[in-house]
Ligand binder design. Structure first.
Ligand SMILES: [Zn+2]
Length: 323
């Protein structure tokens, strides 16, 4: 599944080109736009839809303040819901992947894209450890499972889609969801677009997967769970579903959701984390009410991502635990 967050007006100006690229390999994608940061090109939104792409909502202003307090979030959620209705959009991704599963129940969405399986480079690092969609209260969560484009190129210095393709191998082994989030803003310059094209080229040749839009995957996931028409009554116990994130430790161990953090752990070096330009000048989320929760990610800034083999072994162990 291909998703794009459109951060700025410059990014929006590159959307058509990126849609052409996706289309040239036979793919369609979703573009998540920010309602109140740059003048929206409604002609572009109509065109994307007509060409078989999907449009979603990416925060409200992209100013890092969406989750500053519950009151602020609920106020902005009303405005976000207004844009969801106005655009006829079904999905949401929070800017900077700031997230709070309980507060986000105020969003009138069918699916959300703000969580990920694991990502130590985000402002709220951590991860759900899930390579699959899952129900999170009223919506389907579609966690991204491939490293974001900016992280791949600017932070990790990759010049090929090797890490994306390696991860797809792991995901295929577990019949999971390969979900990429990339940005027209970063692809307009630098090596990002060439790497992305190579990735699409190789995926096209690879075949053997279901390529779909987020809305279709979310509806399929609901239907296979038999909750397609359950609507708002399908309100799970959200405080329980809050504990969806695992902690990845520097020694390779993992604390599963709900488990207490290990008491003894060797002190680890904390390297300063590189800040993405999109974060500069934006306030970090201060109290999303999650970082104090045992077993919930949020304290791992500076750690390196898990070796893929280790990650695969961990997923395997987790799957065995569940089954
Ligand atoms: Zn963004």
């Amino acid at each position: 599944m291909l998703t794009h967050d459109v951060e700025t007006a410059e990014g929006q100006a590159f959307v058509r080109r990126l849609a052409d690229v996706d289309e040239s390999y036979g793919f369609r994608s979703s573009f998540n736009l920010v309602p109140e940061r740059y003048p929206l090109d409604y002609g572009l939104i109509d065109e994307l839809r007509a060409r078989g792409f999907e449009v979603g909502v990416h925060g409200l202003r992209h100013d890092g303040k969406l989750f500053r307090s519950r009151q602020e979030f609920e106020r902005r959620a009303q405005q976000i819901n207004h844009y969801l209705r106005e655009w006829g959009a079904l999905g949401f991704r929070a800017p900077l992947t700031h997230r709070h599963a309980e507060w986000m129940q105020a969003l009138e969405v069918e699916y959300d894209l703000s969580f990920f399986d694991t990502d130590p480079y985000e402002p709220m690092p951590g991860g759900t450890m899930s390579l699959w969609p899952f129900i999170l209260g009223r919506f389907v969560e579609l966690p991204y499972t491939l490293v974001q484009d900016y992280t791949l190129t600017a932070v990790m210095g990759e010049t090929t889609p090797r890490l994306w393709l390696d991860k797809v191998d792991v995901i295929e082994k577990y019949h999971g969801l390969a979900l990429l989030n990339s940005h027209p803003d970063y692809m307009a310059a630098g090596p990002g677009l060439a790497i992305y094209r190579e990735f699409l080229e190789q995926m096209k040749d690879r075949g053997g997967f279901w390529h779909a839009l987020p809305r279709d995957v979310a509806r399929w996931w609901r239907s296979r769970l038999g909750v397609l028409d359950a609507g708002p009554e399908r309100q799970l116990d959200v405080p329980d579903t809050l504990a969806v994130e695992a902690m990845f430790h520097a020694d390779g161990s993992i604390t599963l959701p709900g488990e207490p953090a290990p008491r003894e752990r060797a002190p680890r070096e904390r390297a300063p984390r590189e800040r993405a330009p999109r974060e500069r000048g934006e306030e970090p989320v201060r109290d999303a009410g999650v970082s104090q929760r045992p077993g919930y990610g949020g304290q791992l800034a500076g750690e390196r991502p898990q070796d893929l083999e280790q990650a695969a072994a961990a997923v395997e162990a987790a799957v065995e635990d569940v089954s």
